[in-house]
Design a protein around this ligand. Structure first.
Ligand code: DLL
Length: 433
């Protein structure tokens, strides 16, 4: 399998740490002298740039959070004058103002580089047709994939998200080989193909690069089976750069982080201490080459662990485990911690059920309630009421044994739960805190 940048992707770890230290030192200097917000924070912590010499010194630095970006909205944490910024993106966020990110020309080139690594790692090259069904616009998905696709010389089809019929037509007529979109939209496209006149075997699809939301191994199997592709997980966040932060290789055993650009740590979200290698916790990134919006120890809220073992693909870049939840996605129901992905995993193990679901959380008489609405397979839905009843009971049992919590289950008719064209919104939390 090809590797886009063998020098950095397969670098000896000692050498990589030396590079990381050097780049960290430069970044700290840059933020100290150009971003008053960071200078103040460092001074408060009694730190000057010369206190940061090697990558080990990173633990001395204060953390950055999304709130820091909100407090300095829109451009307060940029480290260059606006005349150097050639692109702005923003992530909408569920509440309040968006988080704004700015790129210099060099940042765009770094982004294209890490996306070229991502696509090459998924097996794509200049002979591929990449259909980009991530949204174009302020969201980083569309343009991130776009620049990477062009960099590797593939034929890029910038269709953006939505308009499912046209997606299928282009996929068929242009001979798309690589599909890029969220896993929930991939599933929707797969079902739309089943219902169309197109025979899946006529399509040339071979790979999917799916990300921007959590998805379980069971969901991967479902998509691979239905779309007849190898489904590769790609991870990123706007604040750090967008997609391209981490990517799976053909081994599908964790996502390689482009750590020559983004230095990862795992911390305990309560104590903020760095956890020993292999521990599960909150992922934190320091960007060590970015110019427009460098971030020091940015708390992602994403929960995962890091694996430093060398991968069979030959890359030495550390791997993060598939990320199945964020600390702020975690529901606490009557004291039990629950991630939506745990429910998804159970659903995908039952063939009578479709992985289209919605979780509704509420509080009635001071007690948390949780309802799962899930679609039943078309054929099964025609069956007798008694059969549906026993299906419901089976599902309840499986859920209870997997998550240790009684959940109200409502089986709904096929195709009644809204399909997502971008990031799926699966939880509706009506509780008022
Ligand atoms: O979602 C960037 C992206 C675009 C990644 C296209 C991959 C593909 P944001 O909108 O800022 O950026 O959302 C970032 O989405 O902190 C995670 O919680 C979640 N996320 C992104 N990729 C994955 C993934 C883009 N592969 C937030 N698995 C992140 C799980 C993911 N969660």
């Amino acid at each position: 399998m090809e590797i886009w940048n063998r020098h950095f992707e397969c670098m000896e770890r000692d050498e990589l740490r030396r590079v990381q230290g050097e780049r960290l030192r430069e970044t700290v200097e840059r933020v100290y002298f150009n971003v008053p917000y960071y200078r103040n924070k460092m001074q408060e912590a009694g730190l000057a740039p010369e206190n940061i010499q090697t990558i080990e010194d990173i633990v001395k630095l204060p953390f950055t959070t999304k709130n820091d970006l909100r407090d300095t909205y829109p451009f307060g944490m940029f480290a260059v004058p606006m005349s150097e910024i050639v692109r702005l993106h923003a992530s909408s966020g569920t509440t309040g103002k968006p988080t704004v990110v700015g790129y210099t020309r060099n940042d765009i080139s770094t982004w294209s580089e890490v996306m070229a690594r991502t696509l090459t790692s998924a097996g794509a090259d200049r002979n591929d047709f990449i259909q980009i069904a991530y949204g174009y616009g302020l969201f980083t998905g569309g343009l991130g994939l776009h620049y990477g696709g062009e960099k590797i010389g593939a034929s890029v089809i910038p269709v953006s998200g939505g308009n499912t019929n046209r997606q299928l037509q282009l996929m068929h007529d242009f001979g798309t080989t690589v599909l890029a979109c969220t896993p929930s939209y991939a599933l929707h496209l797969a079902e739309a193909i089943e219902e169309s006149d197109i025979d899946i075997n006529e399509l040339k699809l071979k790979t999917g690069v799916f990300g921007a939301e959590p998805w379980t191994e069971n969901m991967r199997r479902e998509i691979e089976h239905k779309l007849k592709v190898k489904a590769i997980d790609i991870y990123g966040l706007s604040e750090v750069i967008g997609p391209g932060v981490a990517f799976e290789c053909m081994e599908q055993k964790g996502l390689h982080i482009s750590e020559d650009h983004f230095y990862p740590e795992i911390i305990d979200p309560e104590t903020l201490q760095v956890l020993p290698e292999g521990s599960f916790g909150e992922l934190v990134f320091t960007t060590i080459t970015k110019e427009g919006l460098p971030l020091i120890r940015y708390r992602t809220r994403d929960l995962t662990s890091l694996n430093h073992k060398k991968c069979n693909c030959g890359r030495t870049l550390v791997r993060m485990d598939k990320c199945l939840g964020r600390s702020d996605d975690m529901l606490i129901i009557r004291g039990v911690n629950l991630f939506p992905s745990q429910i998804e995993s159970v659903l995908l193990e039952m063939s009578e059920i479709k992985p289209h679901y919605r979780i509704i959380v509420d509080r009635v008489n001071n007690l948390d309630t949780i309802e799962l609405q899930v679609e039943v397979d078309e054929e099964f839905f025609q069956d007798k009421i008694s059969q549906l009843q026993s299906l419901r009971e089976k599902l309840l049992e499986n859920l209870e044994s997997a998550i240790g919590l009684g959940i109200k289950v409502t089986l709904v008719e096929p195709k009644t739960i809204e399909r997502s064209e971008g990031k799926a919104q699966r939880v509706i939390d009506k509780r008022k805190f």
